[in-house]
Write a protein that binds this ligand. Sequence first.
Ligand SMILES: *[C@@H]1O[C@H](CO)[C@@H](O)[C@H](O)[C@H]1NC(C)=O
Ligand SMILES: *[C@@H]1O[C@H](CO)[C@@H](O)[C@H](O)[C@H]1NC(C)=O
Ligand SMILES: *[C@@H]1O[C@H](CO)[C@@H](O)[C@H](O)[C@H]1NC(C)=O
Length: 507
Amino acid sequence: MELQTRGGLPGILVLLLPLLLPGFLSSLSYASPSKFWELNVAKPRHSSLLKSALQRETSHGKQSYLWDPLADQGWRPCVQSTPSALPVKSEGYLQVFLDGGLNQQRMGICDAVAVAKILNATLVIPHFEVNPVWQDSSSFMDIFDVDHFIDVLKDDISIVKELPDEFSWSTREYYATAIRATRIKTAPIHASANWYLDNVLPVLQSYGIAAISPFSHRLTFDSLPMDIQRLRCKVNFQALVFVPHIRALGDALVSRLRYPSKGTEVVNTGYLRETSHVTDENRARKFVVIHLRFDKDMAAHSACDFGGGKAEKLALAKYRQVIWQGRVLNSQFTDIELRSQGRCPLTPEEIGLLVAALGFDNSTRLYLASHKVYGGEARISTLRKLFPLMEDKKSLASSEERTQIKGKASLLAAVDYYVGLHSDIFISASPGNMHNAMLGHRTYKNMKTIRPNMALMGQLFLNKSISWPDFQQAVLEGHENRQGEIRLRKPKQSIYTYPAPDCMCEA
Ligand SMILES: *[C@@H]1O[C@H](CO)[C@@H](O)[C@H](O)[C@H]1NC(C)=O
Ligand SMILES: *[C@@H]1O[C@H](CO)[C@@H](O)[C@H](O)[C@H]1NC(C)=O
Ligand SMILES: *[C@@H]1O[C@H](CO)[C@@H](O)[C@H](O)[C@H]1NC(C)=O
């Protein structure tokens, strides 16, 4: 799950509970009489702002600075001076089983490489658990280019695709059925390097193998040797690239966003419609990617009121009761408190108003990166009204072109990640794993990423009498330094979100 955990146990509970109750989730999402209130809640809530936003002026000149690339900030990816050497002798095989969605697994892979390095172990290509909500059984090799991965890291650690025959017993199923001596189950959140040396190295030395699960968020971001931090960066920003068919589809989508006139050609000749590279930079259009994670899980978990009245309240409360036995992090707060603290995800309408207030007009090309949207197309239509040139995977690629990714949540997310990484501007409606991963990766490439000021937006949306000019001015002022300026990582923060100064050096 890509839910943002705001620290503490309840967040972790939310991550784990669906694993314990897989049946409930699927029965709820299909069988509940939710259609009625989902439609009901999709109505615009900020109609007066929306009306003004729809009448906003289109002034292309005024808009151009919005698209300016970030100025050079003096930070570059660090160059590894001395490539770290392979250990003389491997201490054994290290296995990890990774849960969560694509971006959580991505961080898990980087951490697994680092732990293998700390232990002088040989890493087995990580196993991806099937997420009970998204039901995608794609493996590492289905998503990432495994040969590239091994090749980029070949001077740092040894990696094998599969265990040798003598260890072939060490499978996911083997660990699911009983307590096993080679399974490490107790790695604390953000464990230190010494924890691994004290607790995992002896297992490796006794058995020649150790399997760590759970492994998400199990390696600290602080007090690690610089070469280990740099190695994590190398994995995240160099070793992990998507399989060729994802990159090809991503390139096709980006090209169709940049050169829309060519987009009207035949769609079903061959697997990918020709994406002839017109390298005429002047003709290339700019585009914004909006990432929306606004599904029922998120809505229920946030404990916020989304305007559906009594019916919505009851339905979301019931959903919370069944899935989390009512234990939701924020349920002691009122909706007004939650909003003014910035704890409510922005709805499609709200992110649309934010982007419009920043100055983007109805000629802006927008790519919507999202999975399921709570409230469905009815809710997205408000955003579409503000930005009629809005595209997504479906509108840009034919059904044939999407055959290999259809219904596969991780591959769909991978395509969105790829397009997000190649956009001029990226903005996310809530600070979750995708937002963090994209913020980190785009910082590494010095690309514009707008970080919504959630508390400010919450407060502005609470003011039902605010005028458009006041709203716009407050939004502009509140986002002045939130467009991709380098922020140095603070203790406990993730190097995958804030890559400077661990992965980036001052030039
Ligand atoms: C790993 O290998 C290096 C050099 O080969 C050695 O200095 C270090 O002590 C080893 N660490 C462990 C945990 O075995
Ligand atoms: C954009 O808005 C202007 C009015 O401000 C309108 O004339 C124009 O048709 C709109 N363009 C699109 C693509 O909807
Ligand atoms: C709401 O907005 C109005 C007009 O824009 C402003 O005068 C008023 O002070 C705001 N109220 C609050 C509580 O911020």
